[in-house]
Design a protein. Structure first.
Length: 290
């Protein structure tokens, strides 16, 4: 249900936003209701991600091959009127919260990111550029990482430019791996047509393994050299291994197993960082008791 309604992506964004807020200030109580700025930023981030993903799928669903695409596209095509109504309502709420509750730096960053996303959607849907479809997953991964990292950095005002870019590159690699894995699983169905992305049968599974191992190595190096805290580094390592295990299952795909992979890919980006943050909170509580 989360996948077909595009609710999984906002959850991923908020979870990693929380991880990055812990990265910026490990002692901050990000769950405090009194911390309204962080709550407002996380809420706007979640609504904005949902608007982008739902809008993209609504536009995708009207392509002639939509009936042969994924379940989320078929759901969008069947329920486009209801989704359009909900989309418009969420857009209004998002705009009000963003303009009344967010710091100016976050608002300005949001405008820049909105322009970038708008150009991407125009490139993909208005001009139907083949090159855009071929590189859709890396572009989505970069934009997603930019949104999460930019929102946390501008909200906290604590992450310097060079380190912020490094963290953004690391997360862009992780989110791209997730997109590649989902696209690979969906393109592996018999009779699947209409996707011209690089990962649709053109990326070898060994490349995805190497990509995941590279993310793990980069994270471990970052924790060793202290440009990553162990919270963010451990979250990336755990998520990379989770995605690697799921990619392993794409070797012998059937329609059912591909569907299961698509449903599990986003939880692979949700559960590991939640466990890492939970372990950190428990450890800090235990140390305070001692």
């Amino acid at each position: 249900m989360l996948n077909v309604t595009s609710l999984d992506a906002p959850i991923v964004a908020v979870v990693w936003f929380v991880v990055l807020m812990r990265e910026n200030d490990p002692s901050a109580n990000i769950f405090s209701v009194a911390n309204r700025r962080d709550i407002a930023t996380g809420l706007v981030l979640a609504m904005t991600v949902w608007l982008i993903y739902c809008g993209d799928r609504l536009l995708d669903s009207f392509r002639s091959d939509a009936a042969l695409r994924s379940a989320r596209h078929r759901f969008s095509r069947r329920n486009w009127r209801l989704l359009l109504l909900v989309w418009t309502t969420v857009f209004g709420i998002d705009a009000v919260v963003a303009t009344t509750c967010l710091p100016l730096a976050v608002q300005m960053f949001g405008v820049v990111l909105a322009v970038a996303v708008g150009l991407y959607l125009l490139w993909v849907h208005a001009f139907r550029r083949r090159s855009a479809m071929q590189w859709k997953e890396p572009i989505v991964g970069i934009l997603f990482a930019a949104g999460v990292v930019g929102a946390s950095a501008t909200n906290a005002g604590m992450m310097n430019g060079g380190r912020g870019v490094s963290v953004g590159v690391l997360l862009a690699g992780l989110f791209t791996l997730n997109c590649w894995g989902v696209s690979r699983s969906e393109s592996g169905w018999p009779g699947r047509v209409g996707d011209e992305s690089v990962s649709a049968g053109h990326i070898d599974v060994r490349f995805l393994y190497a990509w995941a191992i590279g993310l793990v190595a980069l994270s471990l190096w970052g924790m060793t050299t202290e440009w990553l805290t162990w919270t963010l580094g451990a979250a990336v390592v755990a998520s990379s291994f989770s995605l690697m295990g799921l990619v392993y299952q794409t070797r012998c795909l059937t329609r059912g197993s591909a569907s299961r992979f698509a449903l599990l890919a986003d939880p692979a980006l949700i559960v590991p960082p939640m466990l890492v943050v939970g372990a950190q909170l428990l450890y800090r509580s235990w140390m305070q008791v001692r």
